[in-house]
Ligand binder design. Structure first.
Ligand code: FAD
Length: 452
């Protein structure tokens, strides 16, 4: 029988168990490769993100010999329609564990059932599917370290090959591929499965050895930059873990731990879907935040990279330009919004989600909760990042700031982190919008008020 394979966040052929199932069920008949541009999760936000998805779909279509059928709209109507057109009774997907995706899949499943067809879920976008790693008493882990130990003990199965000999049904009458936006002067990483695999190989060859120390340095290109490939499933984390197993040492261990963080946050979201927007620690979450005209102006300055704190501005401008930000700088900019500007973490998280190419509810919103002190393994609330000290420590020569803040490009060395100490003020660069020491004190005072 003809089958449908509905691609979502698994835009790859290798190590895709759900795809293997679709192909095996089709036997000698054909498989329709479908992608539905659902405006909710795939809404056009930042140019870099739209660009990545558009290029990734084209790469997938090339790998399928032009057989990818693109439909635009609500999957609840589009998936059954695409199945009915080829008389397929079976639709295969990799399960989605997010709150929106799992609800949508239930609705699609029901619509398919009404039409006499079945939805099959296999696998997940994680090394270990959310909900599997549990304490001996069956309850979920709430903090990272014990989860990570149990995760390693649980283990994961090895990667699977791409299906051989598939007869893809031709993609007639699609609604068309999304356009790749024109982004002059912006260099974006390649999209698609081949590019993802090449990036992984290059990272393991050249960088993983030094990852433990280099990963904190935004001025070094020391991280894998695999997050966008993981988000669109151009690469499965099990493929990464299998390749990583060929490498020993601290760098490889630290990297494995980061892949585990991704699984952990997905697990937290699976058990507590409300944690996407609600503070896990409600007491810290109840700390007073600012609103009104001044708060809005401060938010705008932060989002535009015009706070007058160079490391913060460099990060926010990197985000605006390429849709990605280094992890250390995500922490610094997020801390600045919450603890220097006293704005709710949810506001910053929503902004990040809009622009990040790797924007992901579980990793992003729990990352924000971590910084805001409301999350699972939160840093103690009273630890407030000092943007100048952080800048000097992790961008010691100032190269990262100069790269992203052109007004400071002529300032040499670490002085770039404190432009207010220079004899002549760099033209066009704003004065600090707040006094860090005073805001730090304000943060601690607000914390005291909920602690009592
Ligand atoms: P690497 O250092 O090479 O790490 C490899 C992979 O491990 C990453 O691709 C990612 O999948 C995973 N990983 C690493 N660190 C984390 C982490 N702290 N939490 C979860 N997974 C992690 N990551 C996202 O994928 N999407 C997001 O929307 C996102 N938002 C974040 C927001 C904030 C405020 C913070 C502090 C972190 C956020 N992260 C997010 C985590 C981390 O910053 C990115 O995964 C990382 O910077 C991506 O770059 P990389 O692939 O080079 O990372």
């Amino acid at each position: 029988p003809n089958t449908v394979f509905w691609f979502r966040r698994d835009l790859r052929l290798i190590d895709n168990p759900a795809l293997l199932e679709a192909v095996s069920a089709a036997g000698d008949d054909g498989v329709r490769a479908l992608f539905v541009l659902d405006p909710v999760p795939f809404r056009a936000s930042g140019g870099p993100r739209t660009s990545h998805l558009a290029r990734s779909l084209r790469a997938l279509d090339d790998a399928l010999g032009g057989a990818l059928l693109i439909r635009h709209g609500d999957p609840v109507t589009e998936v059954p329609r695409a199945a009915a057109e080829i008389d397929a009774d079976e639709v295969y997907i990799a399960a989605d564990y997010g709150p929106y995706g799992s609800r949508r899949d239930q609705r699609v499943e029901k619509a398919l059932l009404d039409a006499g067809a079945t939805l099959h879920r296999t696998g997940s976008p994680y090394a270990v599917a959310p909900g599997r790693v549990r304490k001996p008493d069956g309850t979920p882990y709430r903090v990272f370290t014990p989860f990570s130990k149990a995760w390693r003990t649980h283990g994961w199965r090895g990667p699977v090959d791409a299906p051989k000999k598939v007869s893809w049904l031709p993609a007639k009458d699609g609604d068309g591929f999304p356009d790749v936006p024109d982004l002059p002067d912006v260099e974006l990483p390649e999209a698609g499965e081949d590019a993802a695999r090449e990036r992984l190989a290059a990272f393991l060859d050249e960088k993983v050895r030094h990852y433990k120390s280099d990963r904190n340095r935004p001025d070094h290109d020391g991280t894998s930059r695999l997050s966008v490939h993981l988000k669109y499933g151009e690469l499965h984390p099990r493929t990464i873990l299998a390749e990583l197993a060929k490498h020993r040492g601290e760098g490889a261990d630290t990297f494995r731990n980061e892949i585990c963080w991704r699984d952990f946050y997905a697990d937290v979201m699976f058990h507590r879907p409300e944690s996407v927007w609600e503070s896990l620690d409600q007491r810290v979450g109840s700390i007073e935040t600012d609103s009104g005209k001044q708060a809005d102006e401060r938010f705008e300055a932060w989002a535009a990279g015009r706070t007058g704190f160079p490391i913060v501005d460099a990060g926010m401008r990197q985000l605006l330009s390429v849709g990605w930000m280094h992890n250390r700088v995500r922490m610094i900019t997020a801390s600045f919004l919450v603890k220097d500007l006293h704005l709710p973490w949810q506001r910053g998280a929503a902004h990040f989600l809009d622009l990040l190419v790797d924007g992901d509810y579980a990793s992003n919103n729990h990352g924000w909760q971590w910084v805001a002190g409301t999350g699972t393994d939160a840093a103690p609330y009273i630890r407030v990042f000092n943007p100048v000290t952080q800048g000097k420590k992790f961008d010691p020569d100032g190269g990262y700031v100069r790269r992203w803040v052109p007004e400071l490009a002529e300032v040499s060395g670490a002085a770039v982190h404190e432009p207010w100490t220079l004899e002549t003020q760099p033209e066009g660069y704003p004065e600090p919008i707040v006094d860090h020491a005073a805001e730090r004190k304000e943060t601690l005072d607000r914390f005291e008020r909920v602690r009592r």
